[in-house]
Design a protein around this ligand. Structure first.
Ligand code: ISE
Length: 336
């Protein structure tokens, strides 16, 4: 029988996941939906045959017709909702970030450790992107020799009102921070966040663009240039410099390139992360459903609570660096 999934939060990302679970992947269906705007929940439920709406995340997590939970609410709610899923013994795919500070993320780590099982997959979808996977395999096979520097670029056309510095760090840069774990498999020990004079498109009080310098335990450097109000489109690029070669991914964002009258040549940039990483999201959610079916709950490539904690602790240092000089050390607690 299909895995019956309850979806918490059906804004931009949650509604996209409902469509994916309903129409694009196998072995699952959406059974229950909740959103803090009830009308939004109803509108999205109308697109998922057989689904019903409940008024709270607690009710959804406890429901008998929910086998597994997908959390796509804002980041500040993830900790409590993820812990409730662990305590209910239900597998959960929690969108990134795991939490908006290191202590909250650690609380989820402890909750899962206490449960004695593994329940939480974390939505770092880039791990399921084909180019990311190919680069990872090349690194693991030693094709680039020893990596020394990674340069990342992360660009959004625009962000919603209220998406200020804290969210730039915990919601956007967190992806590159996870990429460090994924590609280099070693923690960041210190971070420096640099803020040029903000672009005139920046929101009031927002430092956009932001540039991050990360130093890992063995001394590798990762740079991340984050610019969230480009007004053009969504771009994610990664370049790895190694002792035997250099690899770049994320350059060919246009599916179609055109040559137009007047001598213009070009293509279009995806509007946001949904079309850009659509295949990665499909692969991620499909792998999650397979993992639930085979009882492992978490797909091999997926991030889990520890990755969520390590990224949150790194985000905390990046955020602290906004108001202090020089590098800020990342404090990591013990893995239970
Ligand atoms: C959003 O939450 C994401 O996860 C996107 O991947 C990122 O590019 C964007 O900046 C965030 O707002």
């Amino acid at each position: 029988a299909d895995v019956r999934v309850g979806v918490i939060g059906v804004g931009k990302m949650g509604a996209d996941h409902v469509e994916r679970l309903t129409r694009r992947i196998k072995g699952a269906r959406v059974s229950v939906i909740t959103d803090y705007v009830e009308q939004t929940a109803r509108t999205v439920a109308a697109t998922a045959p057989g689904s019903r709406v409940v008024s709270s995340p607690e009710e959804l997590i406890a429901a008998d017709d929910v086998d597994a939970v997908l959390i796509a609410s804002p980041g500040q709610f993830h900790k409590d909702q993820a812990i409730a899923c662990i305590e209910a013994g239900k597998p959960v795919l929690c969108e990134k970030p795991l939490a908006m500070n290191a202590d909250d993320a650690y609380a989820v780590v402890l909750a899962e450790a206490r449960s004695g099982g593994r329940f939480v997959s974390l939505g770092f979808m880039r791990r399921f992107d084909a180019e990311y996977a190919e680069l990872k395999d090349a690194l693991d096979a030693g094709e680039l020799g020893t990596p020394v520097v990674i340069n990342c670029k992360h660009r959004n056309a625009s962000v919603a009102e209220g998406f200020l510095d804290e969210m730039m760090v915990y919601d956007s840069a967190v992806h590159e921070i996870d990429a460090i774990n994924y590609f280099l498999e070693e923690p960041v020990v210190e971070v420096q966040t640099i803020t040029p004079t903000p672009s005139e498109n920046a929101l009031e009080g927002q430092h956009d663009p932001m540039i991050f310098l990360f130093r890992t335990r063995s001394g590798k450097i990762v740079t991340d240039e984050l610019y969230v109000n480009t007004r053009s489109g969504y771009e994610v690029r990664t370049e790895v410099l190694g002792s035997r070669g250099i690899a770049t991914i994320g350059m060919n964002v246009a599916r179609v390139t055109t040559q137009l009258e007047g001598g213009r040549w070009g293509g279009s940039v995806p509007a946001d992360f949904r079309p850009r990483f659509r295949d990665a999201y499909d692969a991620e959610v499909q792998a999650w459903i397979h993992a639930i079916e085979d009882g492992s709950n978490i797909a091999a490539r997926s991030a889990g609570v520890w990755d969520g904690y390590v990224t949150a602790a790194t985000c905390a240092a990046a955020e602290a660096s906004l108001t202090s000089a020089g590098f800020v050390a990342v404090e990591l607690r013990e893995r239970p």
